[in-house]
Structures are given as C-alpha cells and as structure tokens.
Design a protein around this ligand. Structure first.
Ligand code: IMP
Length: 429
C-alpha cells in the first residue's frame, strides 16, 4: 500500500516546516513541491555550513530521496540553477537523477519581478510581498499568456510569446509605473542558455510521480507558505497567489495521493507573520521583541523581521477546518520556555460581538480584539527531552488545550533547531 505525508503550515507561513519535512524525509523515498515558488525559504545546516534553499525540496540532503517540482510551482530558472550550483558545491552528487522539474511549470520572468517590485513601491494597496514576481507569474498563468518550461524547447513559439509579453509589460512598466523598460533581444539569448542548462532536470513529473506511487514509494509533500496565506481561504488580499491547502498537493503535481495519506499541519507554539495584513494577537511590545529575538524570527527569503504575537487558536482552528487537517506538529515550544504565563486567543471581539472564526470581510478582522485564556508557562530547557512522558506538566497542558480546542491530534513537538530536538508522540510513516 502506498503511503504519503503532506506537510502544511497552518498559520501565515514560517512555522518551521523545513525542519519537520527534514525529519520525515529520512523515511521518505520522494519529496515533492506543489505550489509557490522562491518566495519560500528553508535554512539547512550541512557540515556546520548554513545554506538557504527556496525552490529545491530540502529532502535533497538525504542521499536516497528524489525531489520533484510539480506544475503548480512557479519557477525562476536562474534561482533554480543557482541552487543546483550550491548543492554541487556541497558535494551532493547525481543531481540530474534526483531532481525532476515539471515541463508544465510556469516561468517567473524578469518582468514579473519588476512588476511585483513596482507595485510594492506604490504606497497604496501594498501587500508586503517578497518581490520575487510570484503574483505576476500566477496572474499570467490564469490569463493564459504565461511561458512554461516546455516552451523553452520550441524557440520560435517562445520568442513570439516573449515578445507579446514584453510589449505588454513594457507598456505597464513605462506608462503606469514610470520605470525602465526591458529589451527583447537580450532575453531571447538569455533564455536560450537557460533552456540548455536546466534540460537535464526537465521531466513529465506527473507521469514519474504516478509511477512512484504505483511502486508503493513513500511520498512526502512539502507545502510552502501557510493556510492563512491561501489565495482563497487566507486573509485576502494579504495572501500569496497560490493555493496552499493540502488538496493542492494532488493538483500541483498531476498525480493521485497515495492510498494512505496523512495531512500534518505545522504550527508554531505562538504566532508570526511577515508583510502587511491583520494580525489579531500581534505584540508590539517588549514581549513581541523577546519572541523575535529568542525565536530568531527573521525571514529566510527577505531577512525581514517577523511580526510576533500570542498563539491565535481561532486562526488555527479555522485553518484546520478549511484544509481538512486533523494532525498537528507544534514547533518552537522552546521559545516560550521561561515565561510565567502564556496567553492563547480563543475568540475575537468584533465591535462587542464574540466571533469564533476568521470573517471573510478582512476589514472586520483588522478591527477584531483578541479574547484570551491564560495558561501556566514552563521553565525547563526542552531540548534534551525525547519522550512524551518527560514533557513538563505545563507544556503537556498547553498541548492538551490545543488538542481540545481544535479537535486535532498533536503528533509531534519540536523543541529546538537541531534534527534531534523532536518529541515524536505518534509516528507518521
Ligand atoms: P508573495 O508570495 O511574495 O506574493 O507575498 C505575498 C504575502 O505572502 C506576503 O505577506 C509575504 O510576506 C507572504 N509570504 C510569501 N511567502 C512566504 C513564506 O514562505 N513565509 C511567510 N510568508 C510568506
């Protein structure tokens, strides 16, 4: 029987999914990306050297795993090639046999990045994007004018589509945003070279993954961003431009899910978000700064300081509802060690009305005030703890409170950055 685990952030991204993926990847044969692009980022430590990957799944560090990038991912081919060079520099071999890049992926072009930047420079309507061109690339996909990896190998058609896109984007860049236009000639040559360099990795990923599932391989799906950044179910418009829910894992790879698939939602023991958008439990005080410093809450992609706050269980419960996730991994529990008491948001006060879900009208969410319950904190250093029976009583109560409130089961608690700082309560694979 084929088995799968889908790892999804259930807050606003940055829940520490990279570490959880890395933990489960040691038992997986295949690790897949199915949405987003190089707006994501995970920090890896190899031989004491820190590396940040944005596109290639972190499973590449386990020598036996294949890493697949499905058609739901938007690909900046230059970033992809940079990551290949980094991995080669780390001495990781046989990359062509282990990394499969879908020929149906849409390309993030320079003009997507330029448009993203130009829009973010405008004061009004700022989303606080990563400026990696993600939104404009997904816009072109649904507008049916995007360039896909397969187009690179049909140069005549590629050049034609490129010219049509450049004409349109140059008009917007020059006339609407008053920034410099881009040259067509330069791009034809540039993408000719890129096409040759990425060729060894380009595959029909849908067919490869279906074959691997039929062969009963263990498949790990690595979600990027988080449920509250989903383009439909997140805090719109302060969201990313793709679907971040587990159901996207089948769609973004063109393959059914394995017979037995577990969805694991990753949540931080507190809340963070980067970019603009409502954040009901945000702490703009010394405690917020303490969480940021202790939890090293600075973006892996942009380096931006993350906004920090108490755990918002209304948001997590909503995320579990829209995604169908029933199992949780809690990360960064160690960051809360040493606090006397902990607050947990259990409802919102919207102008005197008690609300227990995320309202669709984001204007209401901006005005919501948190309704808190207070729980006891713990003082112990959690890192050495390996068994669930050794978890301090107050942390046990915190975990039980989360389980009771959300109706989900906590499978795992992460207690530090290292691979071994994990309390695995219920095994996934
Ligand atoms: P975009 O995905 O670059 O368009 O950015 C849209 C929103 O999603 C912004 O608030 C970003 O900060 C946020 N975002 C995108 N990727 C990530 C991520 O990997 N972690 C956390 N936030 C992200």
């Amino acid at each position: 029987m084929s088995q799968g685990v889908v790892i999804i952030g259930v807050q606003w991204g940055d829940e520490g999914k990279g570490k959880i993926v890395d933990y489960y990847a040691s038992d997986a044969d295949v690790v897949c990306r199915f949405q987003g692009g190089n707006n994501a980022g995970h920090t890896l430590v190899v031989h004491g050297k820190q590396t940040i990957l944005h596109l290639i799944p972190s499973g590449i560090l386990h020598p036996h795993t294949k890493c697949l990038i499905g058609s739901g991912v938007v690909v900046d081919a230059e970033v992809f090639l940079e990551e290949i060079n980094i991995l080669k520099g780390l001495g990781i071999e046989r990359l062509e046999d282990r990394i499969y890049l879908s020929d149906r992926c849409h390309l993030i072009m320079d003009y997507h990045r330029r448009l993203d930047e130009a829009r973010e420079e405008k004061k009004a309507g700022k989303i606080g994007t990563t400026k990696r061109g993600i939104g404009p690339a997904y816009e072109d996909r649904v507008a049916r004018r995007g360039l896909r990896i397969a187009d690179l190998y049909n140069p005549e058609q590629f050049n034609e589509k490129l010219k049509a896109n450049l004409d349109e984007k140059n008009f917007l860049l020059k006339e609407l945003y008053h920034v410099e236009a881009l040259q067509t000639q330069h791009y034809q040559q540039k993408y000719h070279e890129i096409a040759q360099n990425i060729r060894p990795f380009v595959r029909d990923v849908s067919s490869c993954l279906n074959g691997l599932i039929e062969d009963d391989k263990k498949i790990l799906y690595e979600g990027a961003q988080g449920v509250l950044l989903d383009v439909d179910y997140g805090t719109y418009p302060y969201v990313t431009s793709s679907h971040t829910l587990p159901s996207q894992s089948a769609l973004g790879l063109g393959a059914r899910l394995p017979d037995q698939t577990l969805f694991i939602g990753v949540m931080k023991a507190y809340s963070t978000r980067v970019g603009e958008g409502p954040f009901v439990t945000e702490l703009k005080d010394a405690l917020g700064n303490r969480l940021r410093e202790t939890g090293a809450e600075f973006g892996a992609t942009t380096g931006r300081p993350r906004r920090c706050g108490w755990l918002d269980l209304v948001a997590v419960k909503y995320a579990l509802q829209v995604s169908g996730i029933k199992n949780l991994a809690i990360t960064k529990a160690d960051v809360l060690s040493g606090l006397d008491t902990l607050k947990v948001c259990v409802a919102y006060d919207c102008g005197g009305q008690r609300v227990d879900t995320i309202p669709a009208d984001t204007a209401r969410l901006w005005k919501a005030k948190p309704v808190y319950e207070t729980l006891s904190g713990w003082k112990e250093d959690l890192k050495p703890i390996q068994k669930s029976q050794d978890i301090p009583r107050a942390l046990q109560e915190y975990v039980q409170f989360i389980e009771k409130f959300t109706g989900a089961r906590v499978n795992l608690v992460s207690t530090g950055a290292d691979r071994e700082n994990v309390i695995d309560i219920h095994k996934a694979f």
